[in-house]
Design a protein around this ligand. Sequence first.
Ligand code: 4AD
Ligand code: MG
Length: 434
Amino acid sequence: MPQVTIEQIGKFAGENVQLEAWIHNIRRSGKLLFPMLRDGTGFLQAVVVKGSVSEEIFTICRSLTQETSVRLSGHVRAEERAPGGHEIEIEHLELVQEVPPDDPFPISPKEHGAEFLLDHRHLWLRSKRQYAVLRIRHEIIRAIRDFLDSNSFICVDTPILTPAACEGTTTLFQVPYFEEEVAYLGQSGQLYNEATAAAFNKTYCFGPTFRAEKSKTRRHLTEFWMVEPEMAYADLDDVMALAEKMIIAVVSQVLANRSTELALLDRDVSKLQMIKKPFPRISYDEAVAILQKKGSDIEWGDDFGATDETLISEEFEGPIMVHRFPSAIKAFYMQPDSVRPELALGVDVIGPEGSGELVGGGQRIHDYDLLLEKLREHDLPRDAFEWYLDLRKYGSVPHGGFGMGIERCVAWICGLKHVRETIAFPRMLNRMRP
Ligand code: 4AD
Ligand code: MG
């Protein structure tokens, strides 16, 4: 008898198979039992018929508790009414570990509060919704890698222990680094990407990112994952074109491979199906005008607040790209616009449906003297950036790239309000456990 997973079950209709699974829940109806099985690859309705199995097995099955682990065998058949289109009639079942009835699995099918669920995140991960979200997350990550790898990008990992800031010094986690030295947990691999792009032309890093931000919003984590592509010989338009192409590739791969999971989340996929080129490119000036018209009290020179991002996304159906922000509100490394040097050649991609900023990036300063001036303006220690300045000394070229936060992207594609469910073990201002 073949040993199969639920994901493969459709291929075994009409056959007898063995499964290793957990009891997701169980419905009892007289002579029939309907345990819902899960094995991490899917959910499968089982049926146990009194009289068709031994009295002993029927008794065991009748008292199955939620999350009890079981090995079983049975007959697979197509069943239109069953979720997934198949069911298995259990013929034999063996308990691997029984969850005691007097100490049941803490997450029952009834409603639980968000804090309770987060406290039990290690167990909450087994729920259908988390199953769907994290499988979609995996597909998003795979789509990003597929896209970059097939477009000549080389993955070059950047360090996590770093001596200096990239995105501003206020949000750094410090760790002691042997005698008298302090290291900071990386808040972006970008500066290192600029070195690797000069060596390999198109590169990316993909890893955990740390921000000691005291913001308690539905879009902020203190540890999140970011993919950061960087290109040599590239300008702002190239950066925007790449972000657009990558986002479209991600959405279409998720739609193609994760429709079951999107359906489990009741995601309105029509909103994803219409994501197409070109994304509107809106200057910061235009964005401020739109926001003011919509009643925001934003003034020229202000950064967007979360509500501004939501307001502006309401004006459009898909992601939009806001470019040319005032340099004053952006990082030191941003190339100034040649016509209006008070503007930085940066871009933020604002996701639809209130998902907020998905991507931040732009063109970097490639001129040595200008970069040195910006370091001074931002009070950054020159010696820590000597290596970064070197990149402007030896074959410097216009270059740029961006960072996309994986959790924001997952939240958008899954239609989740809060990023806390988009990562297995979220780290937030007030949460480091479990
Ligand atoms: O806009 P950010 O800060 O850009 C950078 O770090 C650039 N150095 C990237 C680059 O050009 N290589 O961050 C990029 C993205 C944001 O658009 C957002 O999606 C995500 O990272 N992000 C966060 N996600 C979750 N929690 C946080 N605290 C985040 N901060 C940024
Ligand atoms: Mg940003």
